[in-house]
Design a protein around this ligand. Sequence first.
Ligand code: SDX
Length: 429
Amino acid sequence: MTGKSAVVTVDNKSVELPVRSGSIGPDVVDIGTLYKQTGQFTYDPGFTSTASCESKITYIDGDEGILLHRGYPIEQLAEHGDFLEVCYLLLYGELPTAVQKKDFDYRVTHHTMVHEQMSRFFTGFRRDAHPMAVMCGCVGALSAFYHDSTDITDPHQRMVASLRMIAKMPTLAAMAYKYHIGQPFVYPKNDLDYASNFLRMCFAVPCEDYVVNPVLARAMDRIFILHADHEQNASTSTVRLAGSSGANPFACIAAGIACLWGPAHGGANEAALNMLAEIGSVDRIPEFVARAKDKNDPFRLMGFGHRVYKNYDPRAKIMQKTTHEVLAELGHRDDPLLEVAMELERIALTDSYFIEKKLYPNIDFYSGITLKALGFPTTMFTVLFALARTVGWIAQWNEMIEDPEQRIGRPRQLYIGEPQRDYLPVSKR
Ligand code: SDX
């Protein structure tokens, strides 16, 4: 507590509400007793002014374009760390020592296989099923296999489930891709690092050896780091709300995957690439920018804007650099989609509409170009986002379970429907 308070006056009655401070960032007004004291609710449907929890995991300063994971800037983690090191940091709160890193990598690596019966789940889906539909189903189905790690009150079982999720998501994502393209599943190999293992499970075929390109593996690993966690975004809030009822972690992650799928959230990377392809050439950009500004046109520039960032998304800058590295490595330096993306960014950043609304490229703007260059179809883009975000969901879920203030999430409403009225027999309607 800060000793500070906020006074709310309702119907000439004033109530004093405590103000709480964090370590950095805005204070919060604790409104937990507001209804009891005033009989009134607060109203904030998009949670634009609402803090749902205390957290130590990720801090975002939207005005300054700052993103910290357990205090470490995303730029430093992306430059110097690897994804499993960031997973350790998000889960345990500190960067691992060399011994801790080796042990964590070993434990994750030796949980990458899924139960052989899982492969039969895939055959129930139509061949043209969107891989995100497959992921929603298969991740939820994991709870049918691991009853030894669904007692959420047991910290050991929570950590076992957490490691299983982090370890198995690449395997399930690769299986969803292979099923989508009609190729046989490829089993994980324990002598490969996390990102290399995933690329091989996606792109290897039984007919020939597959050698992982280290530049592409490093780019994939960095893309995972950039997507790992992001405070109380929509899908993380979904996982927290599902977990607050005591649901098992696999079901909670499946709920997060479902929420991430939306084009306003994680589905924006797929939508952004489709938008760039629809624009097609630099000379058509003004037409689409005009549509994005037109109040009567629902079209928005996918990959632009953010609920929190009112400055450049720091992840987008790193993503853009990774895009150039991957395209250079693959000899696609002059990819027409990149040319359209860079010109669209240049125009949007100088346009008064985007400037006054503080709309900048977000992480989804460049990721699609990179993932396409790596060989993934657009339908797999959000699956890759879900793969990486699983550690963030799991870390936030664990924090929520361990929070002594944690209760089942149960918002109220502003009712605007009919007051009570009596039933009329059909003869009188
Ligand atoms: C992610 O929360 C997270 O952290 C998410 C994420 C994560 O890591 O988890 O960062 C990942 O989801 C990134 C965002 C990906 N989504 C997109 O790129 C889709 C396109 N962007 C928009 O749909 C929108 O910007 C949102 C959904 C991202 C944010 O929406 P808000 O905060 O509700 O803002 P808004 O819709 O109220 O927009 C504010 C104004 C509006 O104009 P007015 O009604 O005030 O006149 O800006 C306009 C909007 O019309 N606007 C856009 C725009 N985004 C907002 N206009 C044109 N193109 C856009 N992209």
